[in-house]
Design a protein around this ligand. Sequence first.
Ligand SMILES: NC(=O)c1ccc[n+]([C@@H]2O[C@H](COP(=O)([O-])OP(=O)(O)OC[C@H]3O[C@@H](n4cnc5c(N)ncnc54)[C@H](OP(=O)(O)O)[C@@H]3O)[C@@H](O)[C@H]2O)c1
Length: 268
Amino acid sequence: MTILVTGGTGKTGRRIADKLTTLGHTVRVGSRSGTPPFDWTDRDTWAPALAGADAAYLAYQPDLIVPGALDDIRAFTELAVRSGVRRLVLLSGRNEPEAQACERVVRESGLEWTVVTCGWFMQNFTEGYLLESVLDGAIALPAREVAEPFVDADDIADVAVAALVEDGHTGRTYELTGPRLLTFADAAAELSKATGREIAYIPITMEQYAAGAAEHGVPGDVVAMLTTLFTEVLDGRNAYVADGVREALGRPARDFTDFAAAWAQSTS
Ligand SMILES: NC(=O)c1ccc[n+]([C@@H]2O[C@H](COP(=O)([O-])OP(=O)(O)OC[C@H]3O[C@@H](n4cnc5c(N)ncnc54)[C@H](OP(=O)(O)O)[C@@H]3O)[C@@H](O)[C@H]2O)c1
């Protein structure tokens, strides 16, 4: 199969691209650095990326909760249908009304679809915007004491690959989480234990967080998106574990302790 992997250099997309390539599929990386380049903000780049693709993994940027995402997902999905794509796998958030509207577009597209809904990735700490804080030993966030079942990007990738190339996942929505609830303080403690270095969680207010991000040059719309994620999405609504990894793959999800140990070993 020829498969377009949007976000194909990112936390889930890179893993999906690698796994698909290993399985012998032809992968087209859908990102601004891909060939051809694919940019969510430039619709002229979409058709060349979709041309000849049998299936696509859809990881929107920057997030399905931002204004304009629904229009983009609708236009992309319609173009995918016209381009002859047969199968679509959508990466979505958990219990976010804006993301759920995008999920409905994919479900109603007439394509073979699978939706994977995910909470916070474990890899935000080691590959994402929290890496610098982790390396500095202080994760300052307005996350209060809300617990989150952090999910491993490798588990997401395994589920997405199965949905892209195997039978039996069409029409399914998999809610993917790790096997355990952790607060951000718990996650910091796990990373400390794994690395042998003190990594503290420092609770701060939303105002302190927004001011700090702006000081570091984070653009205003990104600050707005992050504060929405911390206020509206990290409000306790997702403080439960789901069984999507086992439902899709027949095996348990990876625990944060194992993730942290593997990361510490790979960087030591
Ligand atoms: N991180 C989480 O905890 C989490 C949780 C749930 C859902 N999600 C969802 O996962 C998706 C990926 O988010 P992420 O933060 O983890 O990022 P990511 O996938 O690690 O990295 C971003 C990827 O998108 C590409 N990209 C960036 N801007 C782009 C643009 N304008 N057009 C096309 N491609 C672009 C980047 O490649 P180039 O730089 O080459 O363009 C890169 O491949 C988002 O939809 C997010 O809402 C994330």
